[in-house]
Ligand binder design. Sequence first.
Ligand code: HMG
Ligand code: MG
Length: 306
Amino acid sequence: MNKQASLPKQVKIVEVGPRDGLQNEKENVPADVKIELVNRLASAGFQNIEAASFVSPKWVPQMATSRDVMDAIVRKPGVIYSALTPNMQGFEAALAARADEVVIFGSASEAFSQKNINCSIAESIARFEGVAKAAKDNGLRLRGSISCAFGCPYQGEVPLDAVADVVGRMRDLGCDEIDIADTIGVATPRQTQAVMERAAAAFRLDGLSGHFHDTYGQALANIYASMEVGIAIFHSSVSGLGGCPYAKGATGNVATEDVLYMMQGLGVATGIDLDIVVDAGQFISQFLGRKGASRAGNAIAAKRAN
Ligand code: HMG
Ligand code: MG
């Protein structure tokens, strides 16, 4: 059987480095560095960049400059600049900052929901109702993110039914897109397909996205496995930055450069210029004072230097 024939011809890559990537950095990253990073990524051709997070600065201090970032980035026409909004306070801030898309983020794991947003899954959905309605009333896109869809650092296994249940709730809230997230990077390819197929029974396949962290080195394989079941939206982080402060031990998102390199090889269109992303990865790695975590990014940079 020709597997490649069953892959999507093009995929949307959502760059989450400026938010998911940087939120986990202990040292303050000044707003002007974040602004330059977002602008560089926009020039690479991403249609969607997660640029900000309007959460409590006590919970995630690194995101406290989100308004400054959103105010100063050069808005490229057609690009969706997204912001996380856990509640109405976050929504009002995102609206004032002219976010194009707001992201409500829940969990398929009760334990993680408590740790990350300090409430149960049911309470979070009730809280999101106001945000979802306000988003629609203001003509903003609404995305729902479901953490720990493949495993939880606190409760371990997460049943398929729990994922399907939250997908259904996010759908009923009116989400335009729903992210199935492997917060701690534990998923493997067949499991990924089982979860994605179950999610697709509850929501449009073309509205589902895969958000994979790469803790166990499975993220590219999981993306490939997701494409085999028809998923065509993926999240990634330039230079493999990232992690969640409330998921101890979890490392960064899959590196954007690695995903782009794989897509190029597969002949799957992304509309993104890998070279510009490699430059952006070098820029942020130099600022952070460490080698980037993208294997493809490092290989391309090394080849250039020869
Ligand atoms: P809480 O303490 O229960 O909230 O936190 P509260 O309503 O009782 O308010 C407490 C204080 O926070 C008050 O301030 C509020 O004003 C303030 P005080 O009176 O004490 O000075 N506050 C806010 N400030 C700014 N913006 C807001 C906001 N809301 C309240 N929006 C809350 C509940 C949800 C706020 C908190 O738990 C929180 O901010 N959590 C965010 C955690 C987070 O950002 N985690 C990382 C993002 S999720 C992620 O990375 C996963 C993802 O990548 C997918 C995946 O990989 O799984 C998306
Ligand atoms: Mg994440």
